[in-house]
Write a protein that binds this ligand. Structure first.
Ligand code: NAG
Ligand code: NAG
Ligand code: NAG
Length: 222
């Protein structure tokens, strides 16, 4: 058990550092709840299945406000750079995706000063061209983010209570574990003594009965 723990720790640390590396890509889902007046990152990540293949991609984001069914283009990102295509989002969107590369895997955007009018459905499209030596392959990926906008995230009593409960239960569990350990230790120690005593008794009885048998044998023999 002992040598496993440091190994586990090392592999966890490695995982952490590798994740930060440029090459690694993980398709993390976007958050879906924004706070009015703050910024919000609309996530859209599509990892290339074969990282060694060269690729280039362009990105297009669409938006459909809550209660409407039409999607309107709001933002594109291509070889000409970013452009915002909808008045509602003028000067309010920043690129949060892959930087300094046409090989886009992260197409996330950042929304400044979120308003309640921004709630609705967002859809990002990644048009990816995989470049092989002899041919090219087109791929289209899309992801959907259902965004709800909430008023300032005041800490509710419920969340404070639940946090306190969490600590209480963590500490409670530790204490319980400790008590259980002490209890078990005592029980085992007591059982050990008992066993010793019993063993001694058994030995005594065995010797006694053996000698009785011997006596009996002697009697029978006569
Ligand atoms: C996303 O863009 C915003 C605005 O430019 C910036 O403040 C934020 O740090 C960026 N986040 C990431 C993860 O790049
Ligand atoms: C966001 O709102 C603040 C305060 O209203 C303002 O100063 C800032 O310029 C706004 N930012 C953007 C990108 O609109
Ligand atoms: C939200 O939309 C309504 C109706 O279209 C409009 O009157 C209002 O000014 C908008 N609010 C913001 C903060 O853009």
């Amino acid at each position: 058990m002992a040598p496993v723990a440091p190994l586990l720790l090392i592999s966890l640390l490695c995982g952490l550092f590798v994740d930060r590396g440029e090459g690694a890509c993980a398709e993390v889902d976007s958050d879906t709840e924004a706070v009015a007046g703050r910024g919000f990152k609309l996530g859209c990540i599509s990892c290339k299945k074969r990282s060694e293949v060269q690729a280039s991609a362009t990105v297009e984001w669409f938006f459909s406000p809550t209660g409407e069914s039409d999607f309107k283009p709001i933002y594109t990102y291509n070889e000409n750079g970013p452009s915002i295509e909808h008045d509602q989002f003028m000067d309010r969107i920043d690129w949060n995706g892959s930087k300094r590369s046409n090989d886009i895997q992260d197409a996330s955007i950042y929304l400044f000063n979120v308003t309640f009018n921004d709630s609705g459905t967002y859809q990002c499209f990644l048009y990816r061209t995989l470049i092989y030596t002899n041919n090219e392959y087109q791929d289209e990926i899309s992801k959907v983010v259902h965004l709800t906008v909430v008023a300032k995230a005041n800490r509710t009593t419920a969340s404070i209570v639940s946090e306190v409960m969490m600590y209480v239960s963590i500490i409670g569990l530790q204490v319980w574990l400790l008590i259980e350990m002490i209890y078990c230790y005592r029980k085992i120690a007591a059982a050990g003594e008992e066993a010793l005593r019993e063993a001694a008794n058994a030995e005594y009885l065995a010797i006694a009965s053996e000698s009785k048998d011997n006596c009996a044998g002697v009697q029978v023999g006569e």
